[in-house]
Design a protein around this ligand. Structure first.
Ligand code: ADP
Length: 464
């Protein structure tokens, strides 16, 4: 019989997306099914998600909550309109929703109930929003083994102690060896402590997060799980991100020449002039993503002769600085503050280089997508960026991008100037772009590693 897996997350393509988590939860189950596993995905029923009604469930969380469950293919959606039928997944531009603790506790309780009344082999939970589930399953004496994947240690689901009663847990769990964290509740810590196996989305990040500098205060907790902490690098969905079949880009292509048509259209539509090299960025606008060193490099970027197109949304003060940058250089810089999947595809296809100057990066998908579109990544050597990008050497022509290590605008600028040199050697530039298109970061190999992991995972504290 096929292994039965439940994926539980707060976002997944094509239904709800704010970042890479959605790509992973959308794509990995497809690859796992191709390997013969039976995978179901559980999501909140956000605004606009339809599906067919398939179940009702009552949950005690202080008062009684009546929940409906909807289904669409292999997806189940937990419906509680007061919590999930809103604009935005986690908050508005003003900040997080004040009831995120209630929202994701309810979601976790409902999914745990549904799991307990069925027969899953593996329950694969993703990020803090699902951190309580491994504990709820243990308390419910579930036979399912739990895998908890950390997509970003920087987001932990921390809530004040006053909210602890909502979780319905014994006070004994609110201790330093439990889910207490500097006086608060910490959902991510719960996932780390009570799951049978913990994974992260690249091998390098699995090591980095055990250090005091990169552990976001949970390095010590992670070290206690060292024997069960594994890094598996993300892939991308090669059907969705494919320049040969992509309906969202200007012109489908399979080579460098075809790519140039997309480049020209993108420059025209964004009002960028000249033949200068174009750097693209598609990113959440957050401190993690390196915007502070980017802002300091603005003048050099212009002086060196680059054009730039940025798509993203998030931190207001960075948004303002980016917008000013484009106002000062309207024919050189295009800044688009929004979430726009179509424009994202067009930037991946039409840019010469793709920039990710991240302070930290658990895996990063932008560099993998850009490779697929023949757009040369320029990245900082951290996390999954270090696992997937190798520095280009103009003598041997080895490498697939440009890397800088020290987190500073000076080193970012040095990497940019190296990329400018290759841009000016047209033959080498074209070869590198086409080489990038042939590098394979589809899910195949990583999905096999997850299958092996599922097979090897045992219920903790048992000999099974
Ligand atoms: P993270 O998960 O930290 O946000 P990743 O690089 O792992 O970063 O994944 C980001 C994903 O979100 C990519 O698929 C990227 O194309 C997409 N994305 C980010 N910002 C936007 C945006 N403003 N509009 C459209 N897609 C975006």
């Amino acid at each position: 019989m096929a292994m039965k897996i439940a994926f539980i997350a707060s976002e997944a393509t094509p239904y709800a997306k704010t970042g890479g988590l959605a790509d992973v939860v959308g794509a990995l189950p497809i690859s796992l099914r191709q390997l013969g596993l039976n995978v179901t995905v559980f999501l909140p029923r956000y605004k606009g998600i339809k599906g067919t009604l398939c179940d009702h469930i009552s949950i005690a969380m202080g008062e009684k909550y009546d929940i409906s469950v909807y289904k669409d293919d292999d997806f189940y959606f937990i419906d509680y309109p007061d919590f999930f039928n809103r604009d935005g997944l986690y908050g508005t531009e003003k900040g997080d929703f004040p009831d995120n603790c209630e929202r994701f506790t309810l979601f976790s309780k409902v999914v745990s109930q549904l799991i307990l009344k069925s027969s899953y082999d593996i329950v694969h939970c993703h990020d803090w929003q699902t951190g309580l589930i491994p504990l709820y399953l243990k308390l419910g004496k579930s036979r399912a083994r739990s895998v908890f994947t950390i997509h970003n240690l920087g987001y932990q689901g921390r809530f004040p102690v006053q909210k602890f009663p909502i979780l319905g847990l014994d006070n004994g769990y609110f201790t330093p060896s439990g889910i207490e964290y500097y006086g608060d509740i910490n959902f991510l810590k719960a996932g780390i402590l009570y799951s049978d196996v913990v994974t992260t989305v690249s091998e390098n990040y699995a090591q980095e997060i055990q250090t005091p500098e990169m552990g976001f205060g949970l390095g010590g907790v992670l070290r206690t799980r060292q024997a069960s902490l594994i890094g598996i690098v993300n892939g991308i969905d090669y059907d969705q991100w494919n320049p040969e079949t992509d309906d969202l880009i200007y012109k489908k292509y399979a080579d460098f020449r075809g790519k140039q048509k997309n480049r020209q259209r993108l420059m025209d539509e964004c009002g960028l002039g000249g033949t200068r090299p174009l750097i693209g960025m598609v990113s959440r606008i957050a401190g993690q993503k390196g915007f502070d060193i980017l802002v300091k490099a603005f003048d050099s970027i212009i002086d060196m002769g680059f054009n730039m197109i940025i798509l993203g949304s998030g931190d207001e003060s960075f948004q303002k600085k980016l917008t000013t940058f484009s106002t000062v250089h309207p024919q050189r810089v295009s800044v688009n503050i929004k979430f726009d999947n179509k424009l994202a595809h067009r930037i991946y296809a039409g840019s010469d280089f793709f920039l990710m100057p991240s302070r930290y990066e658990p895996c990063g998908l932008g560099q993998l997508i850009s490779l697929r579109y023949g757009t040369i990544p320029i990245v900082r050597h951290t996390g999954g960026l270090a696992d997937t990008i190798t520095d280009y050497d103009p003598v041997s022509a080895k490498g697939n991008g440009f890397i800088f290590t020290e987190y500073s605008s000076k080193h970012l600028v040095t990497a940019l100037s190296r990329s400018m040199m290759i841009y000016n050697c047209r033959d080498a530039f074209e070869k590198l772009s086409e080489k990038c298109m042939t590098i394979n970061f589809s899910w195949g190999e990583s999905a096999k590693k997850y299958v092996q992991l599922y097979k090897n995972t045992r219920l903790s504290g048992t000999e099974e």
